[in-house]
Design a protein. Structure first.
Length: 212
């Protein structure tokens, strides 16, 4: 049976240009991204494993081609239902990480959470901040949400800076709320409402001189 697109999926975002001249955009994750997804996450184990949810068994096995097929089919199903929007971060057309909006709810709640990871060659260049801004604007503009939330580990201040640069405000601390790298870890909880600022997230980054 034909299923019409859900709000914001499958759609790509506009491209934006960073100060060093590279372009960043988000596009829908597809089945063809398996090799890049597996390869980058295995290579970046030292950065990703300490801050991401605990995987069953060995990290490499959890990011094998077989694991990708299971991951992709699950994300595709949830995206079709409108509860998840999984997006690839592209830098000058190359696979550079992922932005995901999950637990999407409409109606009187009208919110989701946002998460992201960036391949190590692109770290420290403003890619995560730009990708987060594109995701925020997509969530508010195309998915049609009122509120976006996020969490980060206290010992991962870089992620906190990305969220702060995009206007997220701290609203509390969640005690031992997620199982991360083999143990229950507490997270700083932040949120952003669509009506918090008159400008979009991308417009705010441009006004702050963070992008062209």
């Amino acid at each position: 049976m034909f299923r019409p697109p859900t709000p914001g999926w499958p759609e790509a975002t506009p491209s934006i240009t960073l100060l060093d001249g590279v372009t960043v955009r988000l596009r829908p994750l597809t089945s063809r991204d398996g090799a890049d997804w597996s390869g980058t996450r295995i290579v970046d184990k030292q950065w990703l494993k300490p801050v991401e949810p605990t995987v069953d068994g060995d990290w490499d096995a959890a990011h094998s081609r077989a694991a990708w097929r299971s991951t992709w089919l699950n994300l595709k199903q949830l995206a079709g239902q409108g509860t998840v929007v999984p997006l690839v971060i592209e830098v000058d057309g190359a696979f550079a990480g992922q932005v995901t909006m999950g637990n999407i709810q409409h109606g009187i709640v009208s919110e989701c959470w946002i998460g992201y990871w960036v391949h190590s060659p692109y770290m420290g260049r403003g890619v995560a901040t730009a990708a987060c801004a594109l995701g925020v604007d997509h969530g508010f503009g195309r998915v049609g949400l009122h509120r976006i939330t996020a969490t980060y580990l206290p010992d991962n201040p870089a992620s906190g800076k990305v969220l702060a640069a995009n206007g997220f405000r701290e609203e509390g601390f969640l005690r031992r709320n997620l199982h991360i790298d083999g143990q229950w870890r507490g997270h700083v909880f932040v949120a952003l409402n669509a009506d918090d600022y008159p400008l979009t997230a991308v417009e705010r980054l441009r006004a702050a001189g963070r992008i062209r």
